[in-house]
Write a protein that binds this ligand. Structure first.
Ligand SMILES: *[C@@H]1O[C@H](CO)[C@@H](O)[C@H](O)[C@H]1NC(C)=O
Ligand SMILES: *[C@@H]1O[C@H](CO)[C@@H](O)[C@H](O)[C@H]1NC(C)=O
Ligand SMILES: *[C@@H]1O[C@H](CO)[C@@H](O)[C@H](O)[C@H]1NC(C)=O
Ligand SMILES: *[C@@H]1O[C@H](CO)[C@@H](O)[C@H](O)[C@H]1NC(C)=O
Ligand SMILES: *[C@@H]1O[C@H](CO)[C@@H](O)[C@H](O)[C@H]1NC(C)=O
Ligand SMILES: *[C@@H]1O[C@H](CO)[C@@H](O)[C@H](O)[C@H]1NC(C)=O
Ligand SMILES: *[C@@H]1O[C@H](CO)[C@@H](O)[C@H](O)[C@H]1NC(C)=O
Ligand SMILES: *[C@@H]1O[C@H](CO)[C@@H](O)[C@H](O)[C@H]1NC(C)=O
Ligand SMILES: *[C@@H]1O[C@H](CO)[C@@H](O)[C@H](O)[C@H]1NC(C)=O
Ligand SMILES: [Ca+2]
Length: 769
């Protein structure tokens, strides 16, 4: 997980190297989990004490909130299944380590300037609201990030009840912290990194010449990263931030952090989703992994009712005096000006594409996030890009709404989801832009930008309120034909509604190369828009609603399996159901589907040539040397190491040990140690989720909800697991002898009971010396 901004302007990167304490980096992090108590709210203390008395379980933090009563814990002896079986425990997740991209401190400083022509607010309707005096007065926004430089004059210059930054909390402290080290929490969420300060300015910053989206709103900062340089945080700390913000009475939480994953099943996404149901509006950035192509959603942003925010480039980009594209703004006399550019107003190339691995529709909506000017450290300003910048924009729009109509106190819990629906349905479609050309005959797809660019004016003014689930049509085997939208006329006069269908650009998302006999989801740079129009077999006939009246209507789609599309290329299609009112209102509801049988097209989930299992210092394949000494000295490395690449996200990756003569035909579910030849699950190291600080993150299989692999960074490319000590799930070491090893990943939409729905990596028997 990392703050989701990029360095908009390359050139000036002043690296502030922080010496990594190598001694501390030696230790492997223990197995850390987040559990939800089975006892429910109100009994958290009892559950905590009872859990803490079990074996080696150490409770690091107990959470007690109406939406989440649970704990983050450490244990060496309990694995996933073992924890789940405890009577105190209802659900278990891994406490994922989340890393912060090294960021350039001091970079991209800009002086406060008179760039009145730099106005992202013109294109979003926010400028009109500001002109009408709607500035966010009375709204309180919680931000979970790196902290805030509250001394900044544009952020009020102080912290406290009377200030723009009313308070917050620092969960980690100002001393270089990462998971596993002691936290030094304090009450002052001062920023040492810059990211949170930039985000805060987008919500509520204001100077003589410029303003954020809701400059009169107030903010609270929940700091979860100690500083900028390659540091980590974790799910548990982020969840702590969300829950404290909720307890402090914010109506809105925004968080521009995440890492690629694409499943809604992580603990953070679950908590965020429940907070929305509990009456808090939550926006989370979609991610900056656009280059990886679709189906690459982010962790917290995958929460169902969370507003997942994509980035759209600002209309104008900054240039240095003299006309060149700015390298930096360190030249104090060089006040930048802003010029039109080809990418302006289009989806940012970096914005992460959905849909989710289970084909849920994401992201939801777009906001300005490319080349955004805002506050920075040391009372300065900077221009940054990222969905990190788009996400607080949406929180600002929510704050404008709250300032006019009130939040949870005025409306009860349902308002947060309802406001989310208003924001999604306000989106205005954008032309498809492939990084070089703009295509006026294609609309940017839902899996890239949701409904398009938010229109804050619509959000605040429209009489029509829609209630809907985004329309996930699924694949052709699990096709979801019927969808509903509820319309309510909150205005003073009758409105007649008419419905239409606006398909967006389609894409063939999957390619196989005959040479390598390998298939993969295509990266963004290979994307070419094609016409793949869904067939809508039923749109509601026009009808009128009187003031105060509501009506539920049905939209029906046809399964595209007979349209002659190339199913082998996993055609992704999307678009909007548009609803127009006789009063001039225009809203849209997004849909997304896959024109293929996903499980059939993907087949075995592993990329060609993977997994690879090696052992020994010379990296011999396990076929050549299947004996394991579990001597992990560098000269020996006598233990198996498996590298896998997944074509699609897998709900479960398992590495299990069975007795020597066990065969696949004996697959039973659930597995029980000591029964049907099952010896145990591997307890090893997950090399692919480690970071420079922490190369060794221990893991007991299974690994749930794994992301698909892409062709970018090392982290994107591989899942790599080591079994250095020969330990099994219960913590004991495997006994000498011969065994069958099974490494497997569940296929798309596979069920674990059915052995044939796993992709199984066959290895020879191993001999434990
Ligand atoms: C990571 O684990 C491997 C295998 O146990 C070990 O050789 C290596 O020293 C560890 N590295 C660190 C930095 O802990
Ligand atoms: C924004 O709108 C204002 C008022 O109409 C105008 O003066 C300004 O030039 C516009 N800015 C941009 C970037 O379009
Ligand atoms: C700073 O900007 C001014 C105005 O554009 C220019 O004349 C000057 O050469 C610049 N100085 C440096 C060091 O870049
Ligand atoms: C698609 O179908 C699968 C299999 O039934 C299901 O798990 C998944 O949630 C469905 N996705 C959507 C968006 O309906
Ligand atoms: C869309 O426009 C591009 C050129 O801008 C053209 O190559 C393509 O054929 C058009 N596609 C459709 C479906 O109209
Ligand atoms: C074995 O693979 C590791 C990476 O996993 C690499 O660092 C090492 O150099 C390789 N050793 C040999 C002898 O190829
Ligand atoms: C096989 O690996 C073991 C360590 O696990 C090592 O002791 C042995 O020498 C290796 N044998 C060969 C033939 O490489
Ligand atoms: C393991 O298998 C090898 C041959 O495959 C055999 O020589 C050896 O005795 C077996 N070890 C045990 C403990 O069964
Ligand atoms: C198991 O999965 C296979 C392949 O997907 C399918 O053909 C078979 O019917 C399934 N068996 C059961 C019992 O569901
Ligand atoms: Ca502090």
């Amino acid at each position: 997980m990392r703050p989701l901004n990029l360095n908009a302007i390359t050139g000036l990167v002043v690296s502030a190297a922080i010496a990594v304490d190598t001694a501390l980096a030696q230790a492997a992090r223990p197995n850390e989990y987040i559990v939800e108590y089975a006892t429910g709210a109100g009994h958290a203390l009892r559950a905590r004490d009872s859990l803490a008395s079990k074996g080696d379980i150490r409770v690091r933090k107990s959470f007690e909130h109406a939406v989440f009563s649970g704990a983050s814990i450490e244990t060496e002896t309990f694995d996933f299944d073992g924890l789940g079986a405890l009577p105190e425990v209802a659900r278990v997740w891994r406490n994922n380590v989340v890393t912060l991209d090294p960021m350039a401190r001091q970079a991209e400083k800009v002086e406060a300037y008179k760039a009145l022509d730099y106005a992202v607010h013109n294109s979003t309707g926010v400028a009109e609201l500001h002109a009408a005096g709607v500035l966010g007065e009375g709204a309180l926004v919680g931000i979970v990030d790196t902290g805030v430089w509250w001394k900044h004059p544009a952020l009020g210059g102080c912290i406290g009840p009377e200030c723009k930054v009313t308070g917050g909390h620092d969960f980690v402290g100002d001393i270089h912290w990462r998971p596993g080290l002691e936290k030094h929490p304090d009450e002052d969420p001062m920023d040492n990194a810059g990211h949170g300060t930039h985000v805060a300015g987008i919500v509520a910053g204001e100077n003589e010449y410029w303003s954020g989206v809701a400059p009169r709103s107030k903010i609270r900062m929940y700091k979860v990263f100690s500083d900028a340089h390659g540091l980590d945080s974790d799910d548990a700390t982020v969840i702590e931030g969300f829950l404290m913000a909720a307890e402090d009475g914010v109506d809105i939480i925004t968080c521009s952090i995440g890492s690629f994953n694409g499943w809604p099943h992580n603990a953070w996404a679950v908590v965020a989703d429940r907070l929305v149901d509990d009456g808090i509006f939550v926006s989370i950035s979609a991610g900056n992994e656009g280059s990886a192509g679709p189906f690459f959603g982010s962790t917290g942003a995958s929460g169902k009712n969370v507003l997942t925010v994509a980035s759209i480039a600002s209309d104008k980009r900054p240039v240095r005096a003299g006309g060149n594209v700015a390298a930096h703004f360190a030249n104090d006399s060089g006040i930048p000006s802003f010029v039109d550019w080809a990418a302006g107003g289009k989806a940012s190339g970096f914005t992460t594409w959905g849909a989710e691995n289970d084909l849920t529709v994401k992201p939801d909506v777009g906001a300005p996030g490319g080349s955004i000017y805002s506050t920075y450290l040391d009372n300065s300003y900077s221009v940054q890009s990222g969905t990190s910048m788009a996400c607080p924009y949406i929180a600002g729009v929510a704050a404008l709404w709250v300032s006019q109509f009130g939040g949870r106190a005025a409306h009860g819990k349902g308002w947060a989801r309802a406001l989310g629906r208003r924001i999604i349905s306000s989106g205005r479609p954008l032309p498809w832009y492939d990084g070089a050309h703009t295509y006026d005959n294609f609309t940017a797809p839902v899996e890239q930008v949701g409904t398009g660019l938010v229109d804050a004016w619509k959000v605040l003014h429209y009489d029509t309120q829609l209630e809907f689930d985004t329309m996930g049509l699924n694949d052709t085997r699990h096709f979801n034909r019927h969808h509903q939208v509820e319309l309510t006329n909150n205005g003073q006069a009758d409105i007649v509604y008419t419905f239409s269908h606006a398909p967006a650009a389609g894409f063939e998302t999957y390619e196989c190369t005959t040479a390598a006999d390998d298939c993969r989801i295509k990266p963004w740079k290979k994307f070419k828009a094609v016409q793949l129009d869904a067939v809508v077999t039923r749109l509601p006939e026009p009808f009128a609603l009187e003031p105060g009246e509501s009506k539920v209507v049905e939209v029906r789609f046809d399964n595209p399996d007979k349209l002659g599309w190339n199913a082998a290329a996993l055609p992704a299609y999307s678009g909007h159901i548009r609803i127009e009112g006789s009063n001039g209102e225009e809203l849209s509801v997004p849909y997304f589907g896959l024109g293929a049988d996903l499980q059939e097209v993907i087949g075995p989930i592993f990329r060609k040539g993977y997994p690879v299992a090696v052992a020994g210092a010379d990296n011999a394949t396990i076929v050549d040397n299947s004996s394991c000494s579990f001597d992990f000295n560098e000269e020996a490395l006598g233990f198996p190491r498996i590298t896998a690449r997944l074509k699609w996200g897998s709900a479960q990756i398992r590495w299990d040990i069975f007795e020597e003569d066990w065969t696949e035909r004996e697959w039973t579910w659930p597995l029980k140690v000591g029964e049907n030849g099952y010896v145990g699950a591997v307890h090893g190291i997950d090399k692919s989720t480690g970071s420079a600080d922490y190369p060794n993150v221990t893991v007991t299989f299974p690994v749930a909800w794994a992301h698909r692999n892409a062709d970018g960074s090392e982290l994107q490319r591989f899942h790599e697991y080591w079994w250095p000590e020969g330990k099994l799930g219960g913590g004991e070491k495997i006994k000498p002898g011969n065994y069958t090893m099974r490494f497997a990943a569940l296929n798309p939409f596979g069920v674990p009971e059915n052995g044939t729905q796993w992709s199984v990596f066959k290895t020879p028997k191993i001999t434990v010396l």
